[in-house]
Write a protein that binds this ligand. Sequence first.
Ligand SMILES: [Zn+2]
Length: 395
Amino acid sequence: MKCPICTDSLGSDAPTLEVFFELERVPVFCNVLHKTPELARSAARGDIRLGSCSGCGMIHNVAFDPALVEYAEGYENSLHCSARFQSFAESLADRLMTKFALDDRDVVEIGAHRGEFLELLCVDGRNRGLGYDPSSPDELQRVEGRPFQLSPEFFDEGCVNGPLGLIYARHVLEHVTQPSAFIRTMLNASERGGGAAAYVEVPNGLWTLRDLGIWDIIYEHCSYFVPSSLRRLFAQQGAAPHVRETFGGQFLSAEVPAGADPTADADQDTQDLDALAGYVAKFTEAFDDRTSYWRSELAASAARGDGFAIWGAGSKGVTFLNILAEFGDSIRGVVDINPLKQGKYVAGTGHEIVGPEQLVAMAVDRVVVMNPLYVEEIGKQLDGLGYRGTVEAIG
Ligand SMILES: [Zn+2]
């Protein structure tokens, strides 16, 4: 398969993606909640075969089948229950409002889901928002008197017919099979809106490879962006974005107009591509080392009869449980603070998701937190509930 980004400018001369990592039969959706363990275990599965592009650094699942992915109700990927995440979102909203002078402006979000971020821009920031997302829950659409509205339609540039302050998409682009077309639509819409600022945020593929954020490899993400590929994507449409790592390096953002961008030069991209090639070459071995470590930890835990639990039933937790599925019985608890997830079952393995109070009642003595950024807040929360076991970040 040719690189989907380079194909946009080079056509049939685009580099072929070189496959460097494979993972078979993972759940198609980590973020769809199941009502029974049986339904969860029979959830649709697909294969992951990651290929990388030597030209721009794009990483893409060449085995991705768009027909398997249809976002529907039951999809729940909100991270806003965590205080750490909420504080990141609030400071990002402040930053965008200041940088792009968003006050009393119209803003558009592509893939708005429950509208939590749109609310920050509109309620706190006195703007008016319209969010597009076929997976937005019905009850959150068309709420009277609210400064932002959610529409279940797919966005296209024709949706913009007047002055716009900002158009943005957070954690959408990695699900899209034609990223160039997506960015083109977004930038055309920005032009129709009188030169609106544009902002895109994705998981940082470099964090996955360099910092071994291996639990972020999920079927729903057909693409994994690194700074050079994200920059190339915008550059092909004539835009020069400011690309940077955020959220402890786990996210990557691109914004235009960029202002002065110290990182945007060709030499830097060449160095980045060289470094990336090194991470790609070592990735399968590093992945195997890390998963072997957890296999032996879980085997030892089962032998001792320990109460092992994981905290976080999002992408990372669901991936962990599925990769280590043969040790599923030795995982006593799977916790998530999102009440919409509690009482539901994990895709693939059928573990029940419980709340923190239930966890404490389950004779658990080791809690592994799936996102290292949340360890401190979770430690405090568990302490407040009288938990006396250990709390550690996933390694
Ligand atoms: Zn490429």
